[in-house]
Write a protein that binds this ligand. Sequence first.
Ligand SMILES: Nc1ncnc2c1ncn2[C@@H]1O[C@H](COP(=O)(O)OP(=O)(O)OP(=O)(O)O)[C@@H](O)[C@H]1O
Length: 457
Amino acid sequence: MAQRHATMGDRILFVEDEPEMLQFLARYFSRRGYAVTAAASGEEAWRLLSQTTYDLVVCDQALDGISGLDLLRMIRETDRDLPFIMITGAGTIETAVEAIKIGAFHYVTKPFKPGELAILASRAVEFGKLHRKLSRIHADEDEADRSIVIGNNRRILEMMQTIEKISGSDAPVLIQGETGTGKSVFARRIHETSRRRGRPFVTIDCGALPENLIESELFGHVKGAFTGAVRPKRGLLEEADGGTIFLDEIGEMTAATQTKLLRALQDLVIKPVGGNQIVAIDVRYISATNKDLHQEVAAGRFREDLYYRLAVIPLYLPPLRERREDIIPFVRNFVRELNRRYGKRVSKVDPLVLQSFMEAPWKGNIRELKNVLERSVLLAEGAAITADCLSPSPAGRGVADRVPKHPVSLKTAVEAAERQTIRSALAAASGNRSKAAEILGIGRRTLYAKMAAYGIE
Ligand SMILES: Nc1ncnc2c1ncn2[C@@H]1O[C@H](COP(=O)(O)OP(=O)(O)OP(=O)(O)O)[C@@H](O)[C@H]1O
């Protein structure tokens, strides 16, 4: 079998208490392009492991003090992916089996040929890299899953049900909603819950590019298609082949590009700018806009046929001021995320600040709330976000101005928040009190009692 060469500089940590053996291994593997570090004991190896990242550990089992098996166990407590090869003495097969059980990549038994260890080492390094990559992908997915807030708003919950229902289909989705309401977040969620998950998710911001560029970005171009097209370029629709294209700000697309896009949707092929050849594409379309696209159609600014093609599943993300019951879940989630990011320990929000959050208009929606919180968490001196943390931010100033100047009691603040939440729930349930009670997670009678107490009709 041909021996694969190490990528220059892959790092191996050798742990061996026989100096001659250690020297020999270090020289042999250095010559093969590895960056080698030698440790004469388990203790030294453990110290080195806390300082540097390695691609492989090759360790003798029979060490005084921390043994090879001990070291492997210690590594596995924090790192599941670092490949580990155990060197065992003759007649110690139980140790080798134990090492594999704990998570060693492989073992070699003394005396061994260095070439044999080199092949194993090369495979172990490749294996470790692949594992690290997979762990990173899973970590990213977990992170993405954790950070999306669904909340209690009826319209959002219904939307989640729709997303679930269409997870097996390729139906085009149009997401409408004001800026900052989470259209991109939900576009990705739709892709991640679809059968195209794991395939490309490609975004194009149709509002950010001039007309001549957007066509070549979307459909690609051939060499010489226009001045400056010195090389052929694959379009984003082709990049998204097998996956999803997310057409953000679709309402900004010009008439000429709309026509081309309609053809791509109908015929499932595209023609790069300046070319004659057509290219078949298999793409799922998700579009988003903060305009009322139906109105754009009525005004003659958006093609009706394209609108119907794109809006097979229309979704609407309500503005934050119409889903105030979700403000607290958002605050909780963002503060947790920001604590992690900035190493802070914010655990409370002053009731007055929370009250102002519950009443603010949030024109920039969730993005604005997130920005206000980012500054507040950064400026918070203790464990609480207070009005002082809001003032320096332009976005926060609007909110800060709403914080009552005179301290009010906790009871007053809680009541104000409760009143506002009940109002929002009733609005979300179109006045239906049973539904509103359900959204709020309280009984109908409790809702009636609270409405009477707060003078809500
Ligand atoms: N449900 C949610 N859970 C967690 N974070 C969210 C949620 N919705 C939106 N956000 C956050 O709010 C910010 C704005 O969201 P996003 O970019 O998806 O909005 P948008 O509607 O696409 O805005 P625009 O129209 O300006 O492009 C982002 O930082 C996003 O992470």
